[in-house]
Design a protein around this ligand. Structure first.
Ligand SMILES: *Cc1c(COP(=O)(O)O)cnc(C)c1O
Length: 642
């Protein structure tokens, strides 16, 4: 394949548009993000389209004594996503002439932060958006926060008597809970509790579908799923309800085939089976009027619109069209009134509204560009060999050059271990090797496809940017399930990014890194970045509003980041609504049972001892204790100022 010439683009005619294209902003941004002429990211108001400058916002927040890493939540984007979802269903229902209505609920587990749940309830009010609880703690949240009797509370998950009682009594509180039966034993518990409280419960049955989701979370469905009733259990459930004269209590059929469904085909299969189950229950004499299709509406994190795990091969409108038309068709065939439709789309509702900003603390550059001094005649042969490879690594022979270079580098290591090469010559061999790599890489980058075996080169040659963050705390799915998030600098977008790098985080864990990035295919191993200058360099990790906060852990005791809620007011201005301070060091130490007083006492005692034994001056001991106390008070991440 003939190499393509390097793009002629010089730094001076690189525009912010080029950056937008490079980082795929329009493909994943869902209309909420853009680049402004100053080369910075803007967050756009959902209606007016007026943007605010993300860098200005970060500086503004820093003036309030909050620090990066910083989580920014944009209420306006959350409201926008709720509108997009409800609009998609309204459009589909109008289009097909559907008689039922759309009743979305938000699954609390996706982001349980009080401020987030409160905002979902606030922005969802005009659309009667309810809440879904998957556990008793989440039910307690939903009961307190959802004050809208028109909105449903879907009660899923494992249930004990206390859970069931709470859900039933909430009916008399003016709430509308639906108790979803996950296992037959729960039905007995529900019947029993309802009778003893003398309440007619609103019940749902969760179907165990045999069609499976496609993607990372497909284990949550299928015959071996831990949730839902099989066909025969469904029949038993209806019979039990009939025996107790409670079949009218059955209001809803529920199914859920997993999160981030990347394939529309999987959804269609589930919808077919789920709608048939709904119709089947009617044929048994039950009269549910609600179908809950669960969650799973995916987010196109990489903007490729494919069935890759960090993408999806359908639009939100296509999803709504399929849900509505499949249910409608099944009901029309059997002359059953169209049910109201519930979705539990969590990820799709909240992923877009949070952005994590971190700063870069420093960078390690691979020494591919350092000159190597000429190799003298009597130098070890291996250095001459490497010099020759370097000279011949031209386009046609880059494969060969790369293989030779790798082999010679290994040989140099072996010669060194055996004592045939001294440290200085080994260092020269290393530099020559990196030069070869840089040369080969330059050629490989001009190719349309990175040839097999050369991905490794891209990874090896990437600079390491040290990010002031913990991946385990702030983007755990990147580590746990290799999910990709859009990552890009939020400023300097009017400059051509001529470095390629990966991010290493603050933890001592070699997995603590961001080293896979979105691209037009299945991800790449290095990201285009700018060389550091004297100013802070801020990187945004986008679409982190779903699951990341609550799955985050305290690896190396890096705690919650500062978080800020921002409201755009549509004219290019904004209000900082809420500030949630992240963990201090003493907060995270308390989680693991260290008491600040005791720690201070212990340090005081041993510094007094040290002073007494003449190991330390009194001034030093005071200084140490001050630093220690300050350390306990401060943020768990690094501060640039001191
Ligand atoms: C996790 C979960 C959801 C949310 O799924 P998303 O992919 O975030 O939409 C919905 N319903 C149930 C039962 C769940 O367990």
């Amino acid at each position: 394949m003939p190499p393509k010439p390097e793009p002629a683009k010089q730094n001076q005619n690189w525009t912010p548009r080029d950056s937008a294209e490079l980082y795929g902003l329009e493909r994943w941004g869902a209309g909420f993000f853009d680049v402004n002429p100053n080369g910075r990211i803007e967050v756009l108001h959902r209606r007016s389209g007026q943007g605010i400058d993300l860098l200005e916002l970060v500086r503004d927040v820093e003036r309030r004594d909050l620090h990066t890493p910083l989580l920014l939540r944009f209420s306006d984007i959350l409201a926008g996503r709720i509108e997009q979802l409800t609009d998609a269903f309204r459009t589909a229902m109008n289009h097909y002439g559907y008689d039922g209505s759309f009743r979305g609920v938000y699954p609390v587990k996706v982001n349980q932060q009080r401020q987030v749940v409160e905002e979902v309830v606030e922005f969802g009010r005009p659309h009667s958006i309810g809440l879904e609880a998957g556990s008793k703690p989440e039910l307690l949240i939903a009961l307190a926060i959802l004050d809208n009797p028109d909105a449903y509370i879907i009660c899923n998950g494992f249930k004990d008597r206390a859970y069931v009682e709470l859900a039933l009594l909430a009916q008399h509180l003016g709430r509308t809970p639906l108790l979803v039966i996950d296992r037959l034993s729960e039905l007995e518990l529900a019947i029993d509790t309802a009778r003893s409280l003398n309440i007619r419960p609103h019940l749902g049955l969760r179907a165990r579908l045999t069609s499976r989701g496609a993607g990372r979370w497909l284990e949550s469905t299928g015959e071996r799923s831990k949730f839902g009733l099989t066909a025969s259990e469904m029949v038993t459930a209806v019979e039990r309800l009939q025996e107790h004269d409670m079949v009218d209590c059955l209001k809803l059929v529920h199914f859920h085939i997993g999160s981030q469904i990347t394939e529309i085909r999987a959804l269609k299969e589930a919808l077919t089976e789920g709608s048939r189950t709904f119709v089947g229950l009617h044929e048994l004499g039950a009269k549910p009027h609600l179908v809950d299709v669960g969650g799973g509406l995916a987010v196109d994190y990489d903007g490729t619109q494919t069935n890759f795990h960090s993408s999806k091969n359908y639009s939100m409108q296509e999803y709504a069209n399929d849900v509505v038309s499949f249910i409608q068709e099944a009901c029309d065939e059997s002359n059953i009134a169209h049910p109201d439709i519930i979705t539990e789309a969590g990820r799709a509702m909240v992923a877009h509204h949070s952005v994590l900003i971190f700063d870069v603390l420093g960078v390690d550059v691979v020494p591919g560009e350092t000159e190597v001094e000429p190799i003298e005649e009597e130098a070890p042969k291996i250095l001459h060999d490497l010099t020759e490879v370097l000279a011949t690594a031209d386009d046609g022979k880059f494969h060969e050059a790369w293989h030779d270079a790798v082999q010679l580098k290994e040989e140099a290591g072996a010669l060194f271990s055996l004592g045939y090469l001294d440290l200085r010559d080994r260092a020269r061999a290393e530099r020559l090797f990196w030069r070869c790599c840089a040369k080969v890489q330059k050629i490989v980058r001009t190719l349309d496809h990175i040839p097999e075996g050369f991905e490794e080169l891209e990874r090896a040659m990437a600079d390491t940017y040290y990010g002031n963050l913990s991946v385990f705390q702030s983007a755990p799915d990147h580590w746990a399930v290799k999910q990709l998030f859009p990552v890009m600098p939020i400023h300097r977008l009017d400059e051509k990014p001529d470095r390629r790098g990966v991010f290493a985080d603050l933890t001592c864990d070699s997995d603590g890194k961001i080293d896979r990035f979105i691209d037009q295919r299945d991800g790449k191993h290095a990201l285009e970045l700018h060389a550091l200058d004297d100013n802070p360099y801020y990187i945004g990790v986008f679409l982190v509003g779903a699951y990341q906060e609550i799955l985050g852990d305290l690896h190396n005791l890096f705690g919650d980041t500062d978080a800020v809620h921002v409201r755009l007011n549509g004219n290019g201005d904004y209000t900082i609504d809420q500030v949630i301070e992240g963990d201090s060091v003493r907060d995270v130490l308390r989680y693991v049972q260290y008491d600040q007083k005791t720690l201070l006492e212990q340090v005081r005692t041993c510094s007094e001892n040290a002073v007494r034994r003449g190991l330390m001056s009194l001034d030093e001991s005071t200084r140490l204790r001050r630093r220690y106390e300050q350390g306990l008070r401060e943020y768990t991440y690094l501060c640039r100022d001191h």
